[in-house]
Ligand binder design. Structure first.
Ligand SMILES: Cc1cc2nc3c(=O)[nH]c(=O)nc-3n(C[C@H](O)[C@H](O)[C@H](O)COP(=O)(O)O)c2cc1C
Length: 189
């Protein structure tokens, strides 16, 4: 497949549609190696990844759900939201927590470190897609809460970027049609 074909083929697959099949660590390593090839301003290479498997996925999901419970008032608390956070990764093979290390060089603004990290994540998504591995980029639940960074051991100035669900799905899984026209976002002068 050409790079162009892989880019067109990549789609988000809801983790509820994952089969529970395990993806080989070798493919996940190839995704991480590709991530490390992303462009950066000042060669800061700001992407940081925590790769979770098996029990570590369950432990993180539990921590995430408990964080939601502890930071939500009784009136606001929704059991279905708690359950969703707790069970979202049940059929995941790997869960990759992606963050951007910020503030290492005073001349590089945080948004550039986030931009570089997003480039790294897209590289991972493309290698996954090339290898028939399903991915889903999430920022839901308490992912952006400062306590999340603390739990995961990131510094205060770092930015959380993605919770990447990785798994396998059926070949004929339903995928939403793309409905936007690229020409509406482009001006040629
Ligand atoms: C920065 C970012 C954050 C996202 N966060 C969420 C999220 O919290 N929940 C969600 O359902 N999808 C999330 N997505 C995935 C989008 O829903 C998905 O990429 C979009 O629907 C386009 O579909 P496609 O990836 O198949 O082209 C996120 C994507 C990006 C780039």
């Amino acid at each position: 497949m050409s790079a162009e074909e892989i880019i067109h083929k990549r789609r988000s697959i809801d983790p509820n549609l994952f089969t529970g099949e395990i993806v080989s660590d070798t493919i996940v390593e190839r995704m991480l190696i590709a991530a490390n090839c992303a462009p950066t301003h000042g060669v800061t290479e700001p992407w940081r990844f925590i790769v979770l498997t098996k029990d570590a996925i369950q432990a993180f999901s539990q921590q995430h759900a408990e964080l939601y419970k502890s930071l939500t008032s009784e009136e606001q608390f929704a059991q279905n939201k708690y359950d969703k956070i707790l069970n979202r990764a049940n059929k995941c093979s790997h869960l990759i927590i992606c963050a951007a290390k910020c503030g290492t060089k005073s001349n590089i603004p945080d948004h550039e470190e986030i931009a570089a990290t997003c480039c790294a994540i897209e590289n991972m998504l493309l290698i996954a897609s090339e290898n028939q591995v399903a991915t889903f980029w999430s920022t839901g639940g308490m992912f952006y809460h400062p306590k999340m960074k603390e739990i995961l051991g990131f510094d205060e100035q770092d930015k959380m970027v993605a919770l990447l669900f990785i798994g396998k799905c059926a070949e004929n899984v339903p995928i939403k049609a793309r409905h936007s026209d690229w020409k509406t976002k482009v001006q040629w002068k």
